[in-house]
Design a protein around this ligand. Structure first.
Ligand SMILES: C[S@@+](CC[C@H](N)C(=O)[O-])C[C@H]1O[C@@H](n2cnc3c(N)ncnc32)[C@H](O)[C@@H]1O
Length: 249
């Protein structure tokens, strides 16, 4: 039995406040994978509460969600009660060879070791199939409220650094030698979110939970800081969604 996920205690907050993904992401995915999402057999690894799973189901894909965390998967099943789910590890997928057109990791690739997870993705993909990994990154480096938040996180969350997702993800996939082509595209968008929901979104982050006993102090400081920049309590949060698609020969 695999261990649970460090996200399990965050499942409710995750479910309530995490953003979904822009339509453009799926347009780009189809272009780079060279096939429509509709009708594709997708293994969605690190599916969590199912945000990406549902987006792909809505576009006509056949999706099998896989996650380490039983509580996250339980939330997913509340949204999609008839959907079979698999509790499993991206580094050792309990799936047969060549069973999928797409293997996706939405907001989850940084949790797995690249050599093992890339080899597993290549194993379960059919020839010509694609591994697609993507993230919604907050695109607010130029804004004071975001800089204040990042300063506070670096001071309060053990081991946190603001560039924690700046690894060379495409190069790492090229270095495996498993894929014929690896391409990255980025799209930009934003959402408006009220302060209460924004606080729930912060609570859903593993590095905010890692603050531990001082998390309420952190959140109170965030509220004050955000109200200085957004006095009406409606936060405009810019994102860039980074998609890396690695296609098998
Ligand atoms: C940030 S959440 C992403 C959830 C979802 N894909 C989404 O779009 O919101 C990361 C998920 O990856 C899962 N995870 C972490 N390590 C994993 C592994 N080795 N194998 C499978 N899932 C893993 C966690 O349990 C968590 O649900």
């Amino acid at each position: 039995m695999s261990p649970g996920s460090l996200f399990d205690p965050l499942a409710d907050a995750y479910d309530q406040a995490r953003p979904s993904y822009p339509d453009q992401l799926f347009v780009d995915l189809e272009m780079l994978a060279g096939r429509p999402v509709a009708g594709a057999g997708v293994v969605d690894v690190g599916a969590g509460t199912g945000i990406a799973t549902r987006a792909m189901l809505a576009r006509g894909a056949r999706v099998l969600p896989v996650d380490l965390g039983p509580v996250m998967l339980d939330r997913l099943r509340r949204h999609s009660p008839d959907l079979p789910v698999v509790r499993g590890d991206g580094e050792a997928l309990p799936l047969r060879d060549a069973c999928a057109d797409l293997v996706t990791y939405a907001q989850a690739w940084h949790w797995v070791g690249v050599p093992a997870a890339a080899a597993e993705a290549a194993r379960v993909l059919r020839p010509g199939g694609s591994l697609a990994v993507w993230w919604n990154d907050v695109d607010a480096e130029d804004f004071h409220w975001y800089q204040r938040q990042q300063d506070r996180l670096e001071a309060m969350s053990p081991g946190y650094t603001r560039d924690y997702r700046s690894r060379p993800f495409a190069e790492e996939l090229r270095w495996t030698g498993l894929f014929a082509e690896v391409v990255t595209v980025t799209c930009r968008w934003h959402r408006e979110i009220d302060l209460d929901r924004y606080e729930t979104w912060l609570r859903s982050k593993s590095f905010v939970a890692a603050i531990g006993d001082r998390v309420e102090d952190f959140l109170a400081a965030e509220r004050r800081s955000l109200l200085r920049s957004f006095p009406d309590g409606l936060i405009i949060e810019p994102f860039r969604t980074v998609l890396v698609v690695a296609r098998l020969p």
